[in-house]
Design a protein. Structure first.
Length: 364
């Protein structure tokens, strides 16, 4: 457990340093460097407590290196989001553990989550534009697209695995199982893609309407909007004089002011609205289909119990990999998360297989 604490801090220090290296805004880069140093100091404190040599501190884990690779490919906003998600999950686990053991909460359990925001907001050189820039990342990151990809594949795998096992339990005919599996793949993929298109399109239309109202307010009452923005910054702990200066700087550019007001007041990141609903639908279709085709593959080449066993084995591997991928966002143990995913997936398939057997026997 102690080694895990040290590893978590080392990983966070490593990733914050990578964020600092890739950040073009020097002020925000300095914030990330401070966070890296803080996380490193936490690791050193754990090491001293456990009487470990500081030179023996563990190197970044596979998870940290994988997140860095993801950052290189998809952008480092994903890395920041994963870091914040990990911090939140650790804080939640600590609070839950203390509540179960009837220990009193000290208020420090969530300090780790708040420390990055605190550094940024107290930094004298930070402007309103920089603060908004950071917060837009903080809201939109966490690897939402990657997380959606992992969960989309998981939905396809679990749902079609259960369907295929149910049909395999009811009939030994290879053609029937294969047809049902492919039908489930197609129906599920189309349903997911249509649902994603409707979701993205509806969100865009809703937010665009709110943004239009905000623009009208900005044009008719700019002074009121400036005061409102200053109050938002003051509520975050920024001194009054600095808050008003930040708001004044932002209001000098109407388009920029509108973008930041939308972020600060409505919690809408305009960048997220630029995504294509059709593109999101296509991705959902592909990701669901990739997961759904896994349990069907063995029935394309063989039949009977041999195909069932191959399907179970292949699906178990897929479930484990999905569980392992989820740890990129949760920070949990890879083996625990992977085998938990396998256990739940196999349980669902076993239930449908048993029901299929009962239906098959009763029909025959």
């Amino acid at each position: 457990m102690k080694n895990k604490n040290i590893q978590t801090e080392i990983d966070a220090s490593y990733l914050y340093q990578k964020l600092a290296e890739k950040e073009s805004d020097e002020t925000i880069a300095n914030v990330f460097r401070q966070m890296s140093a803080i996380e490193r100091s936490h690791a050193e404190a754990f090491a001293r407590k456990e009487k470990l040599s500081l030179t023996d501190l563990m190197i970044p884990s596979w998870r940290a290196k994988t997140l860095n690779t993801i950052g290189k490919i998809f952008g480092y906003d994903y890395v920041l989001g994963a870091l914040m998600d990990t911090e939140k999950s650790i804080s939640t686990a600590i609070i839950s553990q203390k509540q179960k053991s009837n220990q009193s909460l000290t208020g420090t359990e969530t300090t780790h989550v708040k420390i990055l925001r605190s550094i940024l907001e107290k930094e004298k050189k930070v402007t309103g534009i920089q603060l908004s820039k950071f917060e837009s990342r903080h809201r939109s990151v966490g690897g939402n697209a990657i997380r959606a990809a992992v969960l989309g594949g998981n939905d396809g795998l679990v749902s079609n695995f259960s369907l295929v096992m149910g049909i395999a339990g009811a009939t030994a005919a290879q053609e029937g199982v294969l047809l049902a599996g492919l039908a489930g793949l197609l129906a599920g993929s189309l349903s997911m893609s249509l649902g994603e298109w409707i979701s993205v399109k509806s969100s865009q239309e809703l937010y665009e309407n709110k943004m239009q109202i905000e623009m009208e307010e900005l044009e008719t009452n700019p002074e009121g909007e400036m005061k409102e923005l200053a109050l938002i910054y003051m509520a975050k702990g920024i001194p009054e004089e600095q808050a008003y200066q930040m708001a004044k700087d932002i209001m000098s550019d109407k388009s920029l002011a509108h973008e930041i007001l939308v972020k600060e007041e409505l919690g809408i990141n305009a960048e997220e609205l630029k995504g294509s609903a059709v593109e999101a639908a296509v991705y959902s279709f592909i990701l669901f289909a990739i997961g759904a085709v896994i349990p069907v593959l063995p029935f394309m080449f063989t039949d009977g119990m041999k195909a069932v066993l191959f399907s179970v084995s292949l699906s178990a591997v897929g479930l484990f990999l999905i569980g392992a991928a989820i740890t990129l966002f949760t920070g949990r143990n890879v083996w625990f998360s992977g085998f938990r995913q396998v256990l739940f997936g196999l349980a669902a398939a076993a239930i449908t297989f048993g029901i299929g057997k009962l239906i098959g026997v009763s029909v025959s």
